[in-house]
Every structure is written in structure tokens, then in C-alpha cells.
Design a protein around this ligand. Structure first.
Ligand SMILES: NC(=O)c1ccc[n+]([C@@H]2O[C@H](COP(=O)([O-])OP(=O)(O)OC[C@H]3O[C@@H](n4cnc5c(N)ncnc54)[C@H](OP(=O)(O)O)[C@@H]3O)[C@@H](O)[C@H]2O)c1
Length: 435
């Protein structure tokens, strides 16, 4: 069979873009043998033409003029690997509108502007693929959109940020937050400004994309309720250890009675749960659905080559299905309402600092009981001149627990308003040994 030469363009030639070009060049023969197509980068957009590049493209490939890619009729597929919402978003819209297929690694763009991008692609009869935007090398989008097309997925749980998972794993081993962060920065796992990662914002963007694809209903970044790991205290880590659990930053997307609930929280995860075994900078996504019961995908969630492998796989898929109408539709074909705030249910953990006086615990228990929240497990530690109470509730409505915690924060013996963390376990309290 004659091989087909396919010319592709890149928006961006940084960590990921250069890795795409390197893989396409060094593995051109393998890719051709596997797919029958030879992919060649013919134009790559950058800001600075004079910058040193470790892996230089062929002469004439780099350009600082977007029109060189947009107006080149020989380029049918473009990978957007430049990042940022603008000008990347405007460029992608122009490319799609002009009939070019686009593959993007940009979670911020897909999570914030997905509706507009997909409707433009759909109208122009081209594909927008975005595998690399979520968990880099892990092929979760393809699994959801193609492999599980007849499966009603109703819950997605994910460790989708490698930086925070690395930090939590190091903190579990006894490092302070600051030391763990310095270590992560030295190894290239964390940016100089780690705010997006540690605040949960990066994980929220990925969960918005995963929820949209899993439930076929648009979830924007603004719909995701997220919190990061900055407030995790060594006392929480110690309590988790004592409870045979670990703390992980977990994204959870669920379908609840026709409503969508997407949140990112540090959570106490039962050591028997698959997500508890995800250590270091790795990512994992667990999909639960009617026919499949449970599928967990785990792997590297970042890195130049890892991300480039997903970008190239998407380009290969686009090329293989061009002109067929396949996946030119918007995955979000229905509009499910969000779950009302406070209606999500879970077992929760919270830590209270109380004056070590008789009756303090009884008053806390009273506020919980008044809202029908029952305690599954209680640990108490002496903490200087006070006591730290670690409370695990049975499944409760988050809104009811918030009310109880507001009331508890007002009690004279309580030192601050606790922040509840969800508890993730597929086992009941008896199996956990808490009964
Ligand atoms: N790196 C990872 O591990 C990873 C993992 C998953 C997803 N991603 C996503 O992949 C995308 C690229 O990441 P990266 O790490 O490769 O970024 P990067 O190293 O900063 O590269 C960005 C590239 O885009 C070019 N660029 C940026 N703004 C531009 C503009 N306004 N006009 C023209 N060119 C512009 C830059 O040009 P110059 O070279 O001239 O500066 C550079 O070549 C991002 O969306 C990121 O979130 C990255």
C-alpha cells in the first residue's frame, strides 16, 4: 500500500512542540509502518525565531507569523501546543473555521472555551481532539469517547495533578510542605509559581473536561467547585495514617439524579482504594459505569514526550478518520443541571482544635446530631494546651455538615472553623474496622 505523506503544523515549539517534532522525525518509519502515513511538521509557530532550540526543526519550519500556517492549504492538521487562552483560542477558532482539524494539549482553553470551539469545528466539518489536555499520556478521552461509547459512565474519580500528588506523597513521608515544594521545583514537577497546581485550579480544568466528555453535558471550569492542598496540616496526615488512609487531591465528577456534580478536594482515601496507590507525580483516572463497573487508567500525567505521544496519537486518529464525519460533533449534546450547592453526599473527615475542657466533645456531638449527622470514627490527640479531635462522619449532606461546622465554630471551646474533607472508600465502616 502506498504511504501517504501528511503535512502538519504546530502552534508552539516549546517543551511539547519540540517533542512532537522529535518523535515524528525519529519514529517516522515506525509510525508509517503502523499507520501507512508519514507525518511531517512543515510549519511551527513561535514567538522568538532566534531562541536556542535543543531540537532544531528543519530550515524554514519555524515562523512567527500565524498566517503562514492558517493560509497553507497543504496543512490539514494543526497541533496547538502553545498554551494560554489567547491568542491560542483565536488561532484555533480561525483554523477550525478555515477547515483545518486541530489537536490541542491546552486544558485551560478546552475547559474555558469548549462550547465555542466545538460548535465551530462541528459547523466546519472538522475534528477538535484534546487527549493531551487531560493527564498527558493517559488515553482517557479516547477511552471515554470511543471505547465506552455505549457505557453510561456515572462517576469519574481522578488524581489529575501530578505536582500535588508528588507533594502529598513527600509530605506523607515526613517532609514539610515547603521542603516538598522546593524538591518538586528542583525536579521540574512544579512551576516557579505553583499556584495553579496547589490551589486545585489545574485539576478543576481537567475535571471539567472529563465530566463534559463522560456525561455528554458541558461543564465549564466555572462550574467546578475546587479547593487545593495548601491547608493540609501535618496533623491531618498523621490522622489519615492512623486511620489506614492517605490524603490525595481527588477530582470527583458524578451524575446524581440527572444532576452533574464536579469538585476537587483533598480527600482521605482508604489504602485499599486504587487511588491510594498512586504515588509521586503519576496520575490516575477511575471510570465507573453501568456495563464496565470500574476501569482505572494510570500513568504519567505530564512531560514533553508523554504529552507529545498523546498529541501524535490524536493526529493519527484525525488523519485516519478525515472526511468520514467521525467525531465532528460536540460531545456535549445534552444540558444537565448542576447539583444544587450543598446537596453532594459523602462521608467526611474534619479536625477540630478544642480547649481541653470537660463537655467540649459533647457539645460538638450535639451540633452534629441535631442535623442527623452521625460519627463513624473519632480520634483524639493532645495538642499543646488543647486537644485535636479528628472526626469521621457517616455519609452526610455536605450542606448539613457545613451548617453544623458553622455552629461548632461558634462554640466557646472551639478554636477555628474546620474544613471538611471527603472520605473515599468503597468499603463500609465495618470492613474499615470502625464499627
Ligand atoms: N509540558 C507539559 O508537561 C505539558 C503537559 C500537558 C499539557 N501541556 C500543555 O501543552 C501546551 C504547551 O506546553 P509547553 O510546556 O510545551 O509550553 P512551552 O514550553 O512554554 O512552549 C510554548 C510554545 O508556544 C510558543 N508561544 C507561546 N505564546 C505564543 C504566541 N503568543 N505566539 C506565538 N508563539 C507562542 C512559544 O514560543 P517561543 O518558543 O518562541 O517562546 C513556545 O514555543 C500548554 O497548553 C500546556 O498546558 C504541557
Amino acid at each position: 500500500v502506498a504511504s501517504v505523506d501528511v503535512q502538519v503544523g504546530l502552534l508552539g515549539y516549546g517543551t511539547v512542540g519540540a517533542a512532537v517534532n522529535r518523535l515524528l522525525t525519529e519514529q517516522a518509519d515506525d509510525i508509517e509502518r503502523a499507520t501507512g502515513h508519514r507525518l511531517r511538521v512543515v510549519k511551527a509557530l513561535v514567538r522568538d525565531l532566534d531562541k536556542h532550540r535543543d531540537y532544531r526543526p528543519a530550515d524554514g519550519v519555524l515562523t512567527s507569523d500565524f498566517a503562514d500556517i492558517r493560509d497553507d492549504p497543504s496543512i490539514a492538521v494543526v497541533a496547538e501546543v502553545m498554551g494560554g487562552v489567547e491568542p491560542a483560542g483565536g488561532y484555533v477558532l480561525e483554523l477550525l473555521g478555515g477547515g483545518k482539524h486541530v489537536v490541542s494539549a491546552n486544558k485551560q482553553l478546552v475547559a474555558r472555551r469548549g462550547a465555542q470551539l466545538f460548535s465551530t469545528a462541528s459547523a466546519a466539518g472538522v475534528q477538535l481532539r484534546f487527549e493531551a489536555s487531560v493527564c498527558a499520556a493517559i488515553p482517557v478521552i479516547k477511552v471515554l469517547r470511543e471505547a465506552l461509547v455505549v457505557t453510561n459512565v456515572h462517576r469519574v474519580l481522578g488524581i489529575v495533578n501530578g505536582t500535588t500528588n508528588f507533594l502529598l506523597t513527600e509530605m506523607e513521608a515526613g517532609q514539610s510542605y515547603d521542603d516538598a515544594l522546593a524538591d518538586a521545583q528542583a525536579r521540574g514537577y512544579a512551576e516557579a509559581d505553583p499556584t495553579d497546581d496547589v490551589s486545585g485550579a489545574d485539576a478543576a480544568a481537567k475535571m471539567a473536561i472529563l465530566a463534559t466528555v463522560a456525561f455528554n453535558s458541558r461543564v465549564d471550569l466555572a462550574d467546578v467547585d475546587y479547593r487545593g492542598i495548601q491547608e493540609i496540616d501535618p496533623l491531618d496526615l498523621a490522622a489519615a495514617r492512623e486511620l489506614d488512609m492517605v490524603i490525595r487531591l481527588v477530582g470527583a465528577a458524578r451524575l446524581v439524579d440527572g444532576h452533574v456534580d464536579v469538585r476537587v478536594r483533598p480527600a482521605l482515601v482508604d489504602k485499599q482504594h486504587p487511588l491510594a496507590k498512586v504515588d509521586g507525580a503519576f496520575n490516575a483516572v477511575m471510570l465507573q459505569g453501568d456495563a464496565i463497573r470500574e476501569i482505572t487508567l494510570e500513568g504519567p500525567g505530564a512531560g514533553g514526550v508523554e504529552t507529545a505521544s498523546a498529541v501524535i496519537a490524536d493526529m493519527v486518529s484525525v488523519i485516519g478518520t478525515m472526511g468520514t464525519g467521525f467525531l465532528q460533533n460536540d460531545a456535549a449534546w445534552r444540558e444537565l443541571p448542576p447539583l444544587p450547592a450543598g446537596d453532594n453526599r459523602s462521608p467526611f473527615y474534619f479536625r477540630l482544635s478544642v480547649e481541653d475542657r470537660p463537655g467540649a466533645l459533647a457539645r460538638v456531638a450535639e451540633e452534629l446530631a441535631e442535623r442527623s449527622i452521625s460519627v463513624a470514627r473519632l480520634l483524639q490527640h493532645q495538642n499543646g494546651d488543647g486537644a485535636a479531635l479528628h472526626v469521621i462522619t457517616h455519609e452526610a449532606r455536605a450542606g448539613a455538615l457545613d451548617e453544623a461546622l458553622d455552629a461548632i465554630a461558634g462554640l466557646p471551646d472551639v478554636r477555628h472553623r474546620p474544613q471538611p474533607l471527603p472520605v473515599i472508600s468503597e468499603r463500609g465502616v465495618v470492613e474499615l474496622g470502625w464499627a
